[in-house]
Structure formats: C-alpha cells, structure tokens
Ligand binder design. Sequence first.
Ligand SMILES: Cc1cc2nc3c(=O)[nH]c(=O)nc-3n(C[C@H](O)[C@H](O)[C@H](O)COP(=O)(O)O)c2cc1C
Length: 382
Amino acid sequence: MRLKDCHNIGDFRKLARQRIPSPLFNYIDGGSDDELTLRRSTQAFDDCDLIPNVLNEMNEVDLSTHIFGQKMKLPFFLSPTAMQRLFHHDGERALAKVAEREGLMVGVSTIGTVSIEELAKITKAPKLFQLYIHKDKGLTYDLINRVKEANFSAIALTVDTIVAGNRERDLYTGMTTPPKLTLRSLLSFMTHPEWTLNYIFRKKFELAQVKDYIKQGTDITSSVVDYINDQMEPSVSWKDAEDAIKRWGGPFAIKGIVSVADAKKAVDIGATAIMISNHGGRQLDGSISPFDALKDIVDAVGGKIEIILDGGIRRGTHIIKALSLGANACSGGRMYLYALAGAGEKGVQRAVTKLREELIRDMMLMGCKSIKDLSRKNIKFR
Ligand SMILES: Cc1cc2nc3c(=O)[nH]c(=O)nc-3n(C[C@H](O)[C@H](O)[C@H](O)COP(=O)(O)O)c2cc1C
C-alpha cells in the first residue's frame, strides 16, 4: 500500500498496519474488552440517513464553526492522543504543522511526547491541552501553569480514565512504553526495519510533559495501564474539575461525558464545552457510543455549553450527521493516527485533506452552504 493509494481512513489503517510493528498498530487500533463500544461508535452513524435538498445554487461552502471562543476553519479537530513519537518519529510535530496549515485545532496529551513549550514555538495552530488530574496535585497544577505560559487556547479535562480500560490486545502483544524487545515482538520489529531504525536513531522517546516528575516519563519500561493506574487520581470529583476551571481561567472542556446528568453538571460548574466521548472505545466497554448519546445531550444542554462529538468518525458524512443533530464540532483520534503511523506529516496532511474534501463535496450534495444550514431536518433515523 502506498500513501497515494490511501483515499479514506480505512486505507490509512491498512498502511499503518504494514508500516509499524504490530504491538503499536494494535495499541492504536484496539479498544477494551470485546471492543463493542469501539465498533458501535462508528456503526451508530449508519442508523440514520441524510436528507439532502437540491437546486440550492451551491457555488461555495463555508465549513467554519465557532468553538472555545474562536472561529475554526473546519468543524472538526485532532483529539489529544498519547505517545505519538512511538508511531512515527515526527510525533506531535507532524500534527502541529498540518494543523497550522489547515487552521485546525490540535489536541496535546498529558502523555504526549513533544513538550508543551516546543509545540508553542513550532506552531501557530490553536492548541487544546488535555489534562488528567494526577494523584500528584503539584504536577497537575504545574501543567496548567505551563499551558497558560505557553498560550494554549483551551484545556480539556479527561474524566473517563480514572483507571485504565482492559485493552487485551496490548496484553497479547506485550505493548509497553518504551517498546520492549521480547521474543514475541522481535519478529515484528525485524520486519519493520524502517520504523526500527527511525526509533533507534531519531529523537529519543520521552513523555515530554511529565518526565521531570515521574519515572514512567523516562526510559523505564512500563505499560500504559501501569501509568494510568499509578498516576491518575481515582477519587477525582466535580469539585476538582471546578477548581481546574478556575485555575485555568480560559476555555475549558470536560472530555468523556456521555450522560445527560453529567452534561448538566458540566454546565453548572461553568465549563465552556463538553466532549461527548468514550475515549475511542478504550475504557468502559459496552458504554454508549458518542453519536447515540448526542441527541439527548443536545436536547438537555444545547445552547448552554458547546458540544463536541468525539469518536467513531471515519467519513465526512459522519461529521455532517453529528452537526445536523446539534453538535457544534467533532473530533477524533484514529482519523489521523493511522495516517501518522503510516507516513508521518505527509500522511496526516493527506488524511486531513481527504476529510476536508469529503466534507465540501458532501455539503454541496446536501445543498447546505454553511454549517449553520445543517439541522435535524437533514437527518432521519430508521
Ligand atoms: C492511541 C490512542 C491514544 C489516546 N490517548 C489519549 C490521551 O492521552 N488522552 C485522552 O484524553 N484521550 C486519548 N485518546 C482518546 C482520543 O482523544 C479520542 O477520544 C478517541 O481517539 C476518539 O475515538 P476515535 O479514535 O474513534 O476518533 C487516545 C486514543 C487513541 C486511539
């Protein structure tokens, strides 16, 4: 598979599978337990159909939307994901460059591999920092201060990961960070020499945001599960979220909400946005998919808080369905991660270009000139 033969996210997935060792591919691709939620998060979009209108003098399409107090050129953005340097030596730098070119917001994970400070220097793209409340409150507050200092646009507090999901694929493949050479993984590393050489000779892997605080940030081998279970504060509460909002003082999203009750609490504590998300089907398996949760949440809190649908998106029409139902914007991880793993910056650029082109074509065919024209009249559930 060559990059120029990749026309959709499924193609980028095939490219990634070929180009990187299998523990890493499966880490990106997999979900928790039986992966029910992972699958449903994409399948849910098939339960409704689009209803286009015709003869609408469609010369131009405006894809811009407003979130986090800013005008975004596109109605989707790149969700924060961990450990990108493992998938490709460009890591977060690739996303930062594409995001700047495309006017896209880029998510930066607490478990990221390029520092907050470096990203502030290398990209003018709007940046969303993804925060976890760690057991070490000092670390949590330092992160907020560093993000403030680096002039990021917004923070998203991830709330669905107080313990690690049961990702069995990682147990079978022996996935650790940094990757550990075992008999089982040896063949996979040997059959991907380009990735292996780039891993050894390019910039060193590190958990750039937390390396000065905890041993897992360095080259001590550990699993992601260990990191989450050792470091995250399971007793985190709405009060902690409210404190973080006050400490930050800027646009703030709560990421990982799927219930109406929690969406209302997010409004009450003054969050700017919620990201309806199940962490890409990697946490509680069997939990509701973001698209299935969207309608009730929009009905309850739409207009009071910005609503971002996060997860499952593989096509432009998925974004159109979510916006028609009332989301203000969408976001996703695998929509760019396979492309990053397969071909670095060029891959991410192609994935974003393809999605943007799909969206423009689909909006033309819908007879909708701008995101504002999309409404529930444009969809019908079966
Ligand atoms: C490999 C991988 C790593 C992720 N790391 C993080 C993370 O560090 N923090 C976080 O809040 N979400 C993380 N997520 C979840 C994403 O932010 C996003 O919610 C998810 O990818 C959405 O589902 P999608 O991949 O179907 O678009 C990760 C997802 C993947 C696939």
